[in-house]
Design a protein around this ligand. Structure first.
Ligand SMILES: Cc1ncc(COP(=O)(O)O)c(C=O)c1O
Length: 411
């Protein structure tokens, strides 16, 4: 069973990760970081795969994938694993669903302006290929309350004619958006969409969710699809994600993976789990390591308390946000309640070019990786930071001081 070699949160956790000791990572969110014992476990799977290839692909992998699906389903509050499949990333999950939908010319696809680029690109492909219409609802920052999201969505849907309302066929929301990062009121947003057309399908892009916040799929209300990356916040290897499909949609929409394999008889004979379970010969070991990343986390939480990984990262983020706002004399982009380990702070400059130069200089001079970002509509220059169990308050104090130094007029 995979377990952590060191259980103390803070810099001692660096022992459990492979991060370069001279690299200070404030952007865990983009690509995650695999835990060392989890990567070792994955390597072990690779050795088994290469030692007896046929036994691996025909037997061992097929047994282990069932166990992994069961474990991650339980983690997400699901009573069984019948509707959850593993795939390589959130992009594959979004593509699988959207490209399986039987949409007609003029059908409407709804999302916020803060939807991830890949989601917008997939919708744009449907626009070109099938003639669907996109309803992009603008989100204005800073966000001040839950109404900052619910009101624009409600107004945009209310403005549609009765004919258009009937054509709202699909909507997608991020559980935690990417840039800027904030937790969205999923349940309320999904019911707004369904109040316009009860048959509309709602997909939740939870790419940033599992491991950063508690994910309880049944508690999210009337949604049709949920997906999350394990390689971002769960400490699993790159190329590990899951997709849950509401059982009601499995037979009607029949989602197909992006790759249709030799084990997938698309004439109707192959079930959902098999379709996604084998997508041609490739290394599936990252999928199986989701199970090891859960064991790794449980070994830390056995010592530090249930939920302590999320608690540590969220409270460090909250403290860091307060500290930076006070030091930089700026503000957050959304209230604390909208943030977990990912948080956005306005930088003490309006000069985006200077901020991006600072991003480069911080990396070159100090090995610090932080993102400098621009909200084009408001002109606000901000950073989206990630807290993690391998970071401490001192790291954010250092960042705060350096940012002021680099953005001061002398630089
Ligand atoms: C909200 C959101 N959705 C989807 C993705 C895509 O994830 P992946 O690159 O693993 O497919 C990201 C990546 O950062 C994201 O932030």
């Amino acid at each position: 069973m995979v377990c952590a070699s060191n259980t103390t949160y803070g810099h001692q956790q660096l022992e459990n990760f492979l991060l370069d000791p001279t690299y200070l990572n404030f952007n865990h969110g983009s690509f995650g970081a695999v835990a060392r014992p989890v990567l070792d476990a994955q390597h072990n799977y690779v050795l088994q795969q290469e030692a007896r290839p046929d036994i691996w692909f025909r037997e061992t992998y097929k047994t282990l994938i069932v166990e992994t699906r069961e474990k991650i389903s339980k983690e997400c509050g699901l009573v069984n694993a019948d509707n959850l499949v593993l795939l390589e990333n959130a992009s594959a999950a979004v593509n699988a669903i959207f490209r399986s939908l039987s949409l007609q010319r003029g059908d409407i696809f709804v999302y916020f302006s803060t939807a991830y680029g890949m989601v917008k690109h997939t919708a744009a492909w449907l626009e070109v290929d099938k003639g669907i219409k996109i309803l992009e609802v603008p989100v204005t920052v800073p966000i001040t309350s839950v109404q900052s999201l619910l009101d624009p969505m409600k107004n945009a849907l209310d403005d549609l004619s009765p004919e258009e309302k009937a054509k709202v066929k699909v909507a997608t929301f991020s559980h935690i958006s990417s840039v800027p990062a904030f937790i969205e009121p999923i349940k309320e947003l999904a019911s707004l969409v369904k109040s316009v057309n009860p048959n509309a399908l709602v997909l939740i892009d939870g790419a940033h969710a599992i491991g950063q916040i508690k994910v309880d799929i049944p508690a999210l209300g009337d949604i049709d699809y949920y997906l999350s990356n394990a390689h971002k916040w769960l400490y699993a290897p790159k190329g590990s994600a899951f997709l849950w499909t509401n059982p009601e949609q499995i037979d009607t929409v029949r989602p197909q993976p992006s790759v249709i394999s030799s084990e997938n008889d698309v004439s109707g004979g192959t079930d959902y789990l098999t379709r996604f379970g084998y997508t041609g010969t490739k290394d599936f070991t990252a999928y199986l390591s989701i199970s090891d990343s859960l064991d790794f986390r449980h070994s830390l939480e056995e010592v530090n308390g249930e939920g302590s990984i999320i608690d540590y990262s969220t409270s460090l983020a909250e403290w860091a946000g307060d500290h930076l706002v006070e030091q930089w004399k700026t503000s957050r982009l959304s209230p604390k309640e909208f943030e977990a380990a990912l948080f956005n702070v306005i930088l003490p400059t309006t000069d985006y070019e200077l901020a991006t130069k600072m991003q480069t200089d911080l990396l070159n001079d100090h090995g610090i990786y932080m993102l400098a970002l621009l909200d084009e509509e408001s002109g606000i220059v901000f950073t989206r930071l990630s807290s993690q169990i391998y970071l401490e308050k001192a790291d954010f104090v250092k960042l705060g001081d350096l940012v002021l130094e680099y953005l001061s007029p002398r630089k």
